[in-house]
Design a protein around this ligand. Structure first.
Ligand SMILES: O=P(O)(O)OC[C@H]1O[C@@H](O)[C@H](O)[C@@H](O)[C@@H]1O
Length: 324
């Protein structure tokens, strides 16, 4: 196991063959985690954002738009932006909060997390509010993010957010790991684990409805926040014969978003046809904001793995996918 918790980036680079710190101009320094064969994960300090996750054949598993603007202060379109302290427009702050637009730093001294022998390499980042952030959102916090690559290429993100307010003030926030999955063709994708769930429809003024019994498929724009969802969701890419298995802890909700053709055209940093090759499924806490008293800490974890799946006579065995 190797950690990106160096005294200096150069020390880190030399100390582990699995973790590399790469300097880049314009605030785009990144950390690269390397696993077996060609598995890797790339993390930008800007936004604390995972911008690449590759399997052992070196295939990219996350979507990043060919039009992504890699120039701060805008968040990159793709990978895994962090939405904090606000998801979407569920509050008075900028869309999806400010964490995705800030420069994070390497956390030199993170409090320990339980040892996981399956982890091959990890990086620890930290975000604290600037003076300007405090004017917008008057709460002092420490946000620690561990990004870990498992020996078999699994990716996990663990967030620990602590209220460091002095003077006894609690704060509340909403949150999401805004994960952009790369898919071969959105019309060949289905999501299992969210059927029969209640959801808020962002396209209908956050109206509440209930999903039908079937797995979710995609034929038009979708922007829904599924509520109180199970801890495992499967994203099945029939054409690619690949299933993404997403697990989550501390994050009751799951957002599903695809902008489809009209919205795609309206987004400057997104190609007109790219909606066909992406799907966002985002473990989240939206309906019930999380409240922390001073000194309290919240933990929210997402685990991702990509496994081969077979497609026989129109049916996958959902039980196998979801329960192993
Ligand atoms: O363009 P942004 O700010 O990155 O947001 C993209 C989408 O993110 C999703 O999570 C939201 O549910 C959508 O409503 C939103 O359009």
């Amino acid at each position: 196991m190797a950690a990106a918790t160096p005294q200096s980036p150069h020390q880190q680079q030399s100390s582990s063959p699995f973790v590399e710190y790469i300097r880049a101009p314009g605030g785009l320094d990144k950390v690269v985690l390397r696993g077996s064969r060609s598995c890797s994960v790339e993390i930008r300090l800007f936004g604390g954002q995972v911008t690449s996750w590759k399997n052992d054949h070196g295939e990219e598993l996350l979507f990043v738009s060919s039009k992504a603007n890699f120039k701060p202060p805008k968040a990159f379109r793709g990978g895994i932006p962090i939405c904090f302290p606000q998801f979407g427009s569920h509050g008075n702050l900028e869309q999806h909060g400010f964490a995705r637009n800030r420069l994070w730093t390497i956390d030199d001294n993170p409090p320990p997390l339980p040892v996981n022998p399956a982890i091959r390499a990890f990086a620890d980042l930290i975000l604290k509010p600037t003076e300007d952030d405090l004017k917008m959102w008057p709460h002092s916090f420490e946000y620690r993010l561990r990004i870990a690559l498992g020996a078999l290429g699994d990716l996990s993100l663990t967030s620990r957010i602590r209220n460091t307010n002095t003077g006894g003030r609690p704060f509340s926030y909403t949150f999401a790991y805004h994960t952009y999955f790369s898919v071969s063709d959105i019309s060949e994708v289905r999501v299992e684990g969210l059927e029969t769930m209640d959801y808020l429809d962002n396209m209908k003024n956050k109206d509440r409805s209930t999903e039908q019994g079937d797995a979710i498929v995609f034929e038009s724009e979708v922007d829904k926040v599924y509520l109180a969802t199970p801890s495992k969701v499967a994203i099945i890419d029939h054409e690619k014969k690949r299933t993404f298995v997403l697990t989550k802890e501390g994050l009751p909700d799951a957002v599903v978003w695809n902008p489809w053709d009209k919205k795609a055209k309206a987004m400057q940093d997104f190609g007109d046809s790219e909606y066909k090759h992406m799907l966002c499924v985002e473990p989240a806490a939206v309906e019930k904001p999380i409240t922390l008293k001073p000194g309290e800490e919240w933990k929210g974890r997402m685990g991702l793995s990509a496994v081969p799946s077979s497609y026989c006579s129109g049916q996958l065995d959902p039980l196998k996918v979801l329960h192993g």
